[in-house]
Each structure stands twice: as C-alpha cells, then as structure tokens.
Design a protein around this ligand. Structure first.
Ligand code: FAD
Length: 395
C-alpha cells in the first residue's frame, strides 16, 4: 500500500530503499529538520524475520532516535555467546560486563526492528513513498535527478542508496562491489523446538559438515542458521532436525516441533570500493555484504545510516563545507572491511573439513578461550563496540 500518493519533485535528501538502513537514515534526518524523500520499490515492507540480532553498538547509536528501549522490550536479551563442538563448549563470551548501557545482544526479528523504526519515522512526521522503483540516477554540480520506473523524477541535493545488495544507485555510480560468493548456501529457519540448553544464549556450533547457530527469539521461537549445500529453497522440519542432529548437541538433542519461516540463500562477502561518488552515497547492504555468522550485516548498516545522517545534517542544515561528507567513507568503510574479514574468518574456522585441523582449532580455542583479554576482545568485536571510531577516537 502506498503510504503517501503524491511524490514530491524536489527534496534535500532522497533515500532509495526503506529497509532498516533507509528507515534509520530517514528518521535521523527528519528528526533534525532535513527534508527527506524515502522511496521503496516494494508495495509494502517485508514481513520476514531475516537479521535477528541487534548488537550493543547499534542500540547505542539508535538511542538518539529514542527507539532502543522499544527494541529491547520487544526482543530477547542475551548476555552470552558460546562456540561449541557438539557437547563441548570451546569458548564462552560474556557480554554482561561490556562498557555500555546495553551489556547484551537483543534477539529481535528484522520485521519488528523495521516496524519500530517506521513507527518512529511516522511519529517524527516522515513517511515512505511506495511503490517507486529507481531506474536512473544522473548527477551534476548542484544535485542529482532520480527517475522512477513510473517516469516521475525527483530532484535532490543528495541521494543515498540504501537499496540493498543489488543497489541500483551503486550500479549508476559505477562503484565496484569487490569480493566473492561463498561456495555454500546458508539455511535460515525460525522454529519451535524443545531445546535442552540455555534459552538466553547464542550458540555457534562448529562441525565438519558446516556451522550451525542456535539463538532464541521472542515468542518461544529459535533462530537456526546453518551452512548447507543440499537445502531446499524452504527447508522443512526434517531438514532442520537433521542439521541439528548432525551438528548440534548430542547427549541431550534438540527436538524441532515446527518451522515458522525458513529460507535458503547464497551469501557474498563484498565491499563497495567507495561509499561516495559526488552527491551519491551508499549505506548498508548496498555498500557491504558478508557472512551472517555473528549477525553483523544489518547492525553495520544501521550504524552507517546514523554516521551519514550526522554528516548530511552538518552540511544541509548547518551549512558545513561539503568536504565534511568525505569523512563518511573514511570512517565507515574500514569498519565494514573489518566486519567482512572477521565474519569470513569465523565462517572458515567453523567449516574446517580436515579432522586434524579441526582438532588443532578446538585446542587453540579452548586455550585462548581461557584468557580473559581474548574473550573480552571477542565480546567487543561481536557487539561492534570495538570498531566504531566515533566511540574509540584515534582508532
Ligand atoms: C533471507 C535473508 C536472511 C538474512 N539473515 C540475516 C541474518 O541472520 N543476520 C544478518 O545480520 N543479516 C541477515 N540478512 C541480511 C539483512 O537482512 C541485511 O543486512 C539488511 O536487511 C540490510 O538492510 P538494508 O536496509 O541495507 O537493505 P535491505 O533490507 O535489503 O533493503 C533495501 C530496500 O531497498 C529497496 N530497493 C531495492 N532496489 C530498489 C530500487 N531500484 N528502487 C527503490 N527501492 C529499491 C528494496 O525493496 C528494499 O526494501 C538476511 C537477508 C536475507 C534476505
């Protein structure tokens, strides 16, 4: 359903894509009095759970929008992440003493996160224009003209591509999206199950056949993420049960009762060569995609949005020099590069095939896992508190 029929013909900032990144950016700009047009090609927002983790740093940056408490109240608070090999815990990472007002991770489905952000955007007086698909972007010295499939155009001082992995804005800028695609497919399933272990912990199981992650969701559900080569497009109960039987706890096995939602997808690890081309910017999946191990994709994107909003507010509203906008790429691209590398290492370590290598990996993890400083570093990385230069000046 179109939220607002009349598409403005001019605006200060045009945002393409009303996923979590576009919604965060729009709300952040509208809250500070910047004129925004937010468009999306879909007739309505997606209602599936997809990215289900909101990390501490994301809650910190969303605090300015006054949505963090709502997200926390709608999710499951998790204060521990463990790496396991069947029944043996190799490493336990505790979030509870992190130096933040949010010393935990919140498990909340992406559609709920988007709903909370959309509600806030509405409260602030903003809206999403649907369905409008961008087919052309042309920029000149003073701004950019964006053309929709309907033939309508919007003239904007700045355009942000928050339009996901296959970003049309990125295509029009000609910015490269360097990286590769993982050989395996990933399975994602939200299930009801009898789970013999903690309901307040995220568990990553390393197994020769591939990784499997088990994480609690609101409403007594669990999120299962696994690498799988033979998964059907929508994995069923038996498929998920077989994955858990082969890779999860053995002594006290899980029993999957039903699958609420499931999907199989290919995962890429790619990073845009630049985040800015003149008056065009990229944020979120349009700029970086990576393995879902660690659940960092949406988090990094939301943090991009808040960082970019601050620069756009400074230039558009406060009249700062345009060069202030260069800081956005300088600040956020290295963060994404680190996330791509970190999740790539985790994914490769989790899926080691050779028994001697796996044995060595487990031994190393058990040994280093006893060192408090190592566990602390892992907690800071996973929560994304470590990488953000805004939080760690001089990094
Ligand atoms: C099945 C699935 C499972 C996932 N699981 C996880 C997970 O477990 N953990 C995790 O961290 N991440 C996961 N992700 C990734 C996560 O969903 C993304 O990181 C997140 O959605 C990125 O947000 P975004 O706003 O950048 O882009 P998106 O959410 O992709 O939003 C982009 C928006 O742009 C719109 N759009 C695209 N092209 C155009 C155009 N030409 N004109 C107008 N509008 C356009 C789209 O309709 C869409 O609404 C998953 C993704 C999928 C698909």
């Amino acid at each position: 359903m179109s939220e607002q029929m009349q598409l403005p013909t001019t605006t200060e900032v045009l945002i393409v894509g009303a996923g979590p990144v576009g919604l965060t950016l729009a709300a952040s700009l509208v809250a500070e009095g910047v004129t925004v047009v937010l468009i999306d090609k879909q007739a309505e927002g997606a209602n599936t759970s997809r990215a289900a983790v909101v990390h501490a740093r994301t809650l910190e940056v969303l605090n300015g929008l006054k949505v963090s408490e709502e997200l926390v109240s709608r999710g499951v608070i998790v204060s521990r992440f463990t790496v396991r090999d069947r029944d043996r815990a190799l490493m336990s990472i505790d979030f509870s003493d992190l130096p933040t007002a949010y010393p935990y991770t919140v498990m909340v489905p992406q559609n709920v996160t988007e709903e909370v952000l959309l509600d806030r955007l509405h409260e602030l007086g903003g809206s999403v224009h649907r369905p409008y698909e961008v087919v052309d972007v042309a920029q000149d010295a003073d701004g950019a003209t964006v053309t929709m499939a309907s033939g309508e155009t919007v003239r904007a001082a700045y355009v942000v591509g928050a339009d996901g992995m296959h970003s049309a804005v990125r295509e029009h800028t000609g910015i490269g999206f360097t990286g590769d695609t993982y050989a395996q497919s990933f399975v994602l399933a939200d299930v009801h199950m009898d789970w013999p272990l903690s309901e307040k912990e995220v568990m990553l199981y390393f197994a020769p056949a591939g990784l499997v992650v088990v994480a609690p969701l609101p409403g007594g559900r669990y999120r299962i993420v696994a690498t799988s080569d033979e998964a059907p497009e929508h994995p069923d109960r038996d498929h998920v049960q077989a994955l858990l039987d082969a890779r999860g706890p053995k002594e006290r096995p899980a029993h999957v009762r039903d699958v609420v939602w499931s999907s199989r997808f290919r995962v890429h690890h790619r990073l845009a060569d630049h985040y800015r081309a003149g008056r065009l910017f990229l944020a979120g999946d349009a700029a970086h995609v990576h393995s879902p191990a660690g659940g960092q994709g949406m988090n990094t994107g939301i943090q991009d949005a808040v960082a970019l909003a601050a620069r756009l507010i400074a230039v558009v509203r406060d009249g700062a020099d345009q060069t202030a906008l260069d800081d956005y790429e300088a600040e956020r691209r290295p963060v994404a590069a680190e996330v791509v590398a970190f999740t790539h290492r985790m994914t490769r370590a989790a899926t080691l095939g050779h028994a001697p290598l796996r044995k060595a990996r487990n031994a190393v993890l058990r040994t280093v896992g006893r060192i408090p400083a190592v566990r602390r570093t892992m907690a800071m990385n996973l929560s994304e508190l470590a990488a953000d230069p805004q939080r760690n000046p001089g990094k």
